[in-house]
Ligand binder design. Structure first.
Ligand code: ADP
Ligand code: MG
Length: 231
């Protein structure tokens, strides 16, 4: 479903070149739960931003469902972000002047084949918080809204950049359980990046990034459930 070939991203800072991605290749299958793990600075966000159409590679190819996103112009990338990608960020990035339900409806409104905002809100357990603004919600609740917002678009691919990085461990566990559950129920492919090696045990597919290179690429025969790991 997703193919990445020899992807490179180089930043020029004065005289120095930073190779944020240094020749990355892998494939992701439909409905897979892939965890990309690596230390801070390994290139995780750079990679995820390219997969999400928010950044373009310096070299290499990226294909989603046969669509070569690495060749897209700005307009095509915009459409790609709108239709094909649901993104969940570390710090939720909800619009503060819209209620929980309105934040989800905004995403529903830009999609061609959306799910129901009300139903998504219910499936993340926030039915009775529909009219609350983000400032009245806890971090975990805000991330639930952000998950509903990513899924309501009914995209091909859900990308999560350190989705539990700002949460306490108990809330983080609940968020991972929710993410994997709603992704599965809706037959979505889920890619999550994290610095937390423990989370690799939950994934079908694990990629380890180090200094812009993939140093491990393997499948778990028996992924564990969230309840089975000690944080
Ligand atoms: N816009 C940028 N300009 C220059 N260097 C960058 C930029 N974005 C990322 N980098 C560098 O690329 C490397 C990878 O960064 P990043 O993808 O954010 O890593 P991670 O998400 O794994 O912490 C780091 O060395 C970082 O400093
Ligand atoms: Mg990062």
């Amino acid at each position: 479903m997703l193919i990445v070939r020899d992807l490179k991203k180089t930043y020029q800072i004065g005289e120095i070149q930073v190779h944020a991605l240094d020749g990355v290749s892998f494939t992701i299958k439909e409905e897979e739960f892939c965890v990309i793990v690596g230390a801070s600075g390994a290139g995780k966000s750079t990679l995820l931003n390219i997969l999400g159409g928010m950044d373009i590679p310096s070299e290499g190819e990226y294909e989603l469902d046969g669509k070569k996103a690495s060749d897209f112009n700005a307009k095509q990338l915009s459409e790609f972000r709108r239709k094909d990608i649901g993104f969940v960020f570390q710090f939720y990035n909800l619009l503060p002047s819209l209620t929980a339900l309105e934040n989800i409806m905004l995403a529903e409104g830009i999609s061609d084949h959306p799910l129901s905002s009300q139903e998504m809100l219910e499936s993340v357990g926030l039915k009775n918080r529909a009219n609350n603004f983000p400032s009245a919600l806890s971090g975990g609740e805000q991330q639930r809204v952000a998950i509903a917002r990513a899924l309501v678009k009914n995209p091909r691919l859900i990308l999560c950049d350190e989705p539990t990085g700002a949460l306490d461990s108990k809330t983080g566990k609940n968020i991972i359980a929710l993410l994997t559950k709603v992704a599965k129920e809706n037959h979505k492919t889920l890619i999550m990046v994290t610095h937390n090696a423990l989370l690799t045990k939950l994934a079908n597919h694990v990629l380890q990034l180090q200094d812009g290179k993939i140093i491990e690429d393997y499948y778990n025969e028996k992924p564990l459930s969230v309840e089975e790991i000690t944080w």
